[in-house]
Design a protein around this ligand. Structure first.
Ligand code: ADP
Ligand code: 5GP
Length: 392
């Protein structure tokens, strides 16, 4: 808690403000939710990122929140409007893929983190037009053939699938490249990043730390591809419990003898590591086949047959790889000088110049998906040629 910044005292004395810019600058907005007024402050000259402060009216005090998520970078100003439990922040003069942001103030994620950290929490999430296809989580014991099946899928459908590159503290194998197969990371660095909320899930597997960063999944979706995660059962369980909607597939070996043979023939582990992986395999298979985590079981006996089964359950059997790609993501171009208002779950963005209200942008926030610590997807928009009063 702290004192009110001098420039804000006068502005807040007159009672709650909502989505209005404050007197002494063009890049401070206030939004009131219950007893709290959220103030977002940007430098306006594009030199600072947007800062967040909260004035708690019931206490008459300023609260400095823990700000989670990836913060929006600098901009030439911003506007804000409340959408239930998050504040839509529109950046002025930014690139089309960096204009829409949400500051979550009371979402499920924020409530969980508030409880966990014992402090006031807000979280940033970047808004994205359109939806991403559900990611595919593939689990199974080491050596069962997950990597082989995923490689076949990515080779046949390179523009359709993208791999979530995990972080790990284990050493790279001969042919493995940093940033391609894994982000090979120091334990202390990874532990710090986990603490900072950068990971969607993490687990200790065969004595090393493995984890999926939020960014690893989001960059694949941003590229318009469907994300594939190769993670262990503990990781799959965590993803199941998260807000990420996915399809979960467990790959089973035909027998323990065959699993051992595949692990040994791969020749990438020491004898001690092979024995550890085989011991862990038993528990993994038990959990994978008995829990409710997985939507599909895939027995990887004959490789070609298993691959066909995998394609079938992903709806790709008979798919012609050369068929036209889905439409490119639509881009939104906000006017540099604009004002925002809200009608139900439509956000009306109009040019700041009154006579130019002909080209209004209507942003549809009725079907938002995901959110902090990742992107907020499901936004849609329409450019309409009508004045605001005709819409009301
Ligand atoms: P994982 O990623 O699950 O640890 P890999 O994909 O690395 O497993 O496969 C382990 C080894 O088994 C590799 O040498 C691979 O070529 C081989 N393999 C994968 N699937 C089959 C299969 N159906 N039959 C025989 N060998 C297989
Ligand atoms: P390997 O060392 O053979 O590459 O992987 C060992 C195990 O770690 C595999 O079962 C694999 O699925 C799992 N794994 C790889 N990346 C991740 C991750 O990001 N999170 C979790 N939980 N497990 C992972």
């Amino acid at each position: 808690m702290g004192e009110a910044p001098a420039f804000l005292v006068d502005d807040l004395q007159d009672g709650p403000l909502n989505g209005l810019e404050l007197k002494n600058g063009t890049c401070k907005t206030t939004t009131t939710v219950g007893d709290k007024t959220y103030v977002t402050v940007g430098a306006g000259d594009g030199t600072l990122s947007i800062d967040v402060q909260i004035f708690d009216r019931s206490l008459g005090e300023w609260v400095h929140p823990t700000v989670l998520g990836t913060k929006p970078l600098s901009c030439k100003g911003h506007s804000a409007v409340l959408c239930e439990n998050r504040i839509l922040v529109l950046k002025k003069g930014s690139k089309s893929d960096d204009q829409i942001w949400f500051l979550e103030v009371d979402t499920e994620y924020v409530r969980q983190q508030r409880k966990k950290l014992g402090t006031e929490v807000v979280a940033w999430s970047k808004g994205v037009i359109g939806n991403a296809e559900k990611p595919i989580v593939i689990s199974g014991p080491s050596g069962v053939g997950k990597g082989t099946l995923i490689s076949m899928l990515m080779k046949e459908f390179p523009s359709m699938f993208g791999f979530s590159v995990s972080h790990t503290t284990r050493a790279p194998r001969n042919m493995e490249k940093d940033g391609v197969h894994y982000h090979f990371t120091d334990k202390s660095v990874m532990e710090k990043e986990i603490k900072n909320g950068k990971f969607l899930e993490f687990a200790s597997v065969h004595g090393n730390l493995y984890g999926t960063s939020v960014e690893a999944v989001e960059v694949v979706a941003d590229a318009g591809k469907r994300c594939i995660l190769d993670i262990d059962v503990q990781g799959a369980k965590s993803v199941r419990a998260s807000s990420l909607e996915a399809i979960f597939i467990f790959v089973c070996p035909p027998s323990m003898e065959e699993l051992e043979k595949r692990l040994r023939d791969r020749g990438t582990e020491t004898e001690e590591q092979i024995l550890k992986r085989l011991r862990n395999a038993k528990a993994e298979i038990e959990q994978g086949t008995s829990s409710n985590i997985f939507d599909f079981m895939l027995y990887n006996d004959k490789l070609e047959e298993s691959y066909e089964k995998l394609k079938k359950l992903l709806g790709l059997d008979g798919f012609v790889a050369a068929s036209p790609k889905s439409a490119a993501p639509r881009e939104i171009n906000l006017p540099l000088d604009h004002s925002v208002s809200k009608i139900d779950d439509k956000i009306i963005i109009s040019s700041g110049l009154e006579k130019e209200t002909k080209n209004l942008i209507m942003l549809d926030v009725s079907s938002l998906k995901g959110g902090a610590p990742g992107r907020t997807r499901g936004l849609d928009f329409q450019v309409i040629g009508a004045s605001l009063d005709k819409l009301c």
